[in-house]
Design a protein around this ligand. Structure first.
Ligand code: X2X
Length: 308
């Protein structure tokens, strides 16, 4: 191939993201008549998210999907969709992320000299798992040792709950749970299932506390090295795969609970309002409104309603 490019990510091979990425890579090869060979490196094969973020910037890898919340270590605005309890449901998410809010964030990503595809991929609404106890209300988070991804927003939110958050990259989560360095973690059900976190956790509390998605990033130089017609084919196929991955992941998040129950995970459904009240009284929303600024915050509130 004329262009052999690496696409790296942090998710298991069996996650819808990697299943759709394989189809996408095959379609790109066919449609470019073999000029582009997009090789997929799933499951943190090329390092942690932190490592891969520096590789995409240097050109060590050409493509990378990264949670906007983690990307915020480079592009502060990119964590905005993760504000606690902002999004009520998927239709609201897609309207915002395919609309003004997503466009604003992509503009900020491009200012940081990374290229980004238009359609964000789904990780999902995040739920809380634990080896020690179910989370029934915000008080259960007090002193709770919880792994969070490496991102100031995540740390800030769990500190607002008076928990003890520890920043750990995803490639170390299974072992951190197994050795009880932390009691719990939070992730969408699709990932609790495909990464087999149920093997090292006992409870799953459906806290639904934030929506998280992956931006499909490209190294700027590598992207611009592609001829314009090739770029069009690559972008079209990546964005089409994102739309299919959203459908698969949403479906998996909605249906995998029964399977996880049969594997021994004990579910509970806490009432959500007290969590949001706790964040509000801890000053979480006003603090982050200040950080993102009026403009970005107004784009978020235009989609989800008044937060702070
Ligand atoms: O690190 C995580 O928990 C994961 C896989 O959900 C993200 O990429 C944010």
């Amino acid at each position: 191939a004329e262009f052999t490019y690496k696409y790296a990510n942090n998710l298991p091979d069996s996650h819808p993201l990697n299943i759709r990425a394989k189809e996408m890579s095959a379609a790109i090869k066919t449609e470019t008549h073999g000029r582009v060979d997009l090789q997929i490196f799933p499951n943190n094969q090329l390092g942690s998210d932190t490592d891969m973020l520096s590789q995409i910037r240097s050109g060590g890898i050409e493509f990378f999907t990264l949670s906007g919340l983690i990307l915020s270590t480079l592009v502060p605005a990119a964590s905005i969709n993760g504000i606690g309890f902002a999004f009520p449901d998927y239709p609201t998410v897609w309207k915002a992320m395919d609309g003004d809010l997503g466009a604003y964030v992509r503009g900020e990503i491009r200012k940081a000299n990374l290229e980004v595809m238009d359609q964000i991929w789904d990780n999902g609404f995040r739920q809380t798992t634990s080896s020690s106890k179910p989370i029934n209300g915000p008080d259960d988070f007090k002193g709770f040792k919880i792994r969070v991804p490496v991102s100031p927003l995540w740390t800030s939110m769990f500190k607002a709950f008076d928990a003890s958050p520890a920043s750990i990259n995803f490639n170390e989560v299974y072992s951190a749970l197994q050795t009880k360095i932390v009691e719990g973690q939070e992730n969408p059900l699709a990932l609790i299932s495909t990464a087999k976190l149920y093997e090292v956790q006992k409870y799953c509390s459906l806290t639904n506390h934030m929506w998280d998605g992956f931006w499909f990033l490209a190294n700027r130089r590598a992207w611009e090295a592609l001829p314009a017609d090739v770029r069009t084919i690559v972008a079209k196929n990546i964005n089409a795969a994102a739309v299919k991955e959203r459908e698969d992941t949403e479906k998996l998040n909605a249906t995998v609970k029964a399977d996880l129950t049969s594997k021994g995970l004990i579910f509970n459904q806490p009432v959500v309002a007290p969590f949001r009240d706790k964040l509000r009284s801890a000053g979480f929303y006003s603090e982050w409104k200040g950080k993102y600024g009026e403009h970005a915050w107004s784009l978020l509130e235009k989609s989800v309603g008044k937060l702070a």
